[in-house]
Design a protein around this ligand. Structure first.
Ligand SMILES: Cc1ncc(COP(=O)(O)O)c(C=O)c1O
Length: 363
């Protein structure tokens, strides 16, 4: 297979990875850096792997300007385990937290947190099918909450917080699974940021947790050892066998982003891609975007024709032209084009070209 056989994969995750990274991983598959073994086979206690994880952490710190008073951890369990680890570790004083419901992932996080404390919905757009980011004021937050929780980019619905919400002096926690490294983020405004890797970072299997150091160490004494951030923070993500291969690929993706000019450049490219598609949607007579314009995601672009049968025809036709995984999430239907960091602009151009032809033929 050559790169010319590759499809344009608009999957919401696991998703497209940079070809340059895949090629390097392929070249190193049997012999990583003269070791005569694959990273898949390598002891996580070897000096070679220690360098891989140390470099990955440093490169992520450089890319996101992560201050020294934050831990960076590479964990397992996906975004889903963070739905539990966040409340277990951060409900440490009042055992109260306020959650903003902007989609299914935020709702799942909320439901999980309800098992551990006094959790309240601060704002929600559930009644309007999560088609916008609900507004709230910092005064609406209960004064004694341990944290406020948001999902920064809503993968299923295609919405995004286009600015960091004002939570006053409260601690802000954000799920950035589907937007990490696509925009510059002031990490110091957050107590904790986490992201499952399988969108912008690596294959599934590793979850990045960035947490302010003073917040770690308050999990209840009966917390299972893996679920306590302290376990991982004190051992450099090596308390147990880490997800070595996804960490290696994450490290290569970080190097790749550095090479192309860092997160600023990545963001510029992501805006360019999303703008092309949104501009087309805004003038189309057939396709319609499904969310409030001011809350549109750069990463997950959702749209419909209004006719579910026509949507199906569109998705099948796209697949036949080598553009795959354009179906919306099963709970919303329609279409979703995920234009993550590694999606080349040519993929978006090919999609728009197909949309134009489809519109002419089906108007
Ligand atoms: C924003 C967001 N959070 C959490 C999750 C759940 O992640 P995981 O499947 O890694 O548990 C997803 C999955 O797509 C997601 O998009």
């Amino acid at each position: 297979m050559t790169t010319s056989n590759r499809v344009y994969n608009f999957s919401a995750g696991p998703s497209v990875l940079p070809v340059e990274v895949l090629e390097k991983a392929a070249a190193e598959m049997l012999d990583y850096n003269g070791t005569g073994e694959s990273v898949m086979e390598m002891s996580h206690r070897s000096p070679e792997f220690q360098k891989i994880i140390d470099d990955a952490e440093q490169d992520l710190r450089d890319l996101m300007n992560i201050p020294d008073n934050y831990y960076v951890m590479f964990l397992q369990g996906g975004g889903t385990l963070q739905f539990s680890m966040v409340p277990i570790n951060l409900l440490r004083n009042s055992h109260k937290a306020d959650y903003v419901l902007t989609g299914n992932w935020a709702k799942k996080a909320y439901e999980e947190a309800c098992k551990f404390g006094d959790i309240r919905v601060l704002a929600s757009s559930e009644a309007d099918k999560y088609s916008y980011i609900p507004k709230f004021k910092s005064e609406d937050i209960r004064p004694d909450v341990d944290y406020v929780y948001i999902c920064y980019n809503n993968t299923i619905f295609g919405t995004h917080f286009n600015e960091i919400p004002d939570v006053g002096d409260h601690l802000l926690v954000a799920d950035m699974s589907s937007c990490i490294l696509s925009e510059e983020i002031d990490v110091s405004k957050f107590g904790l940021i986490y992201a499952g890797a399988q969108k912008n970072v690596a294959p599934a299997g590793v979850t990045i947790v960035i947490v302010r150091k003073d917040l770690v160490g308050f999990a209840p004494a009966n917390t299972p050892i893996y679920l306590d951030y302290k376990t991982h923070a004190s051992k450099g993500s090596m308390y147990n066998t880490p997800p070595c291969y996804p960490i290696y690929i994450a490290g290569e993706v970080f190097k790749h982003i550095k090479r192309i000019g860092g997160v600023t450049k990545m963001h510029e490219l992501d805006v360019q891609k999303a703008q092309l598609l949104y501009d087309y949607l805004d003038q189309s007579k057939l396709f319609k975007g499904t969310v409030a314009k001011e809350d549109r995601s750069l990463m997950n672009i959702t749209f419909v024709t209004g006719d579910p049968d026509l949507d199906k025809k569109f998705i099948a036709g796209a697949r036949a032209e080598g553009m795959i995984n354009l179906a919306g999430h099963r709970i919303v239907g329609g279409m979703r084009a995920s234009t993550y960091n590694a999606m080349p602009i040519e993929g978006v151009e090919a999609l728009i070209d197909y949309m134009k032809r489809f519109e002419q033929e089906n108007a």
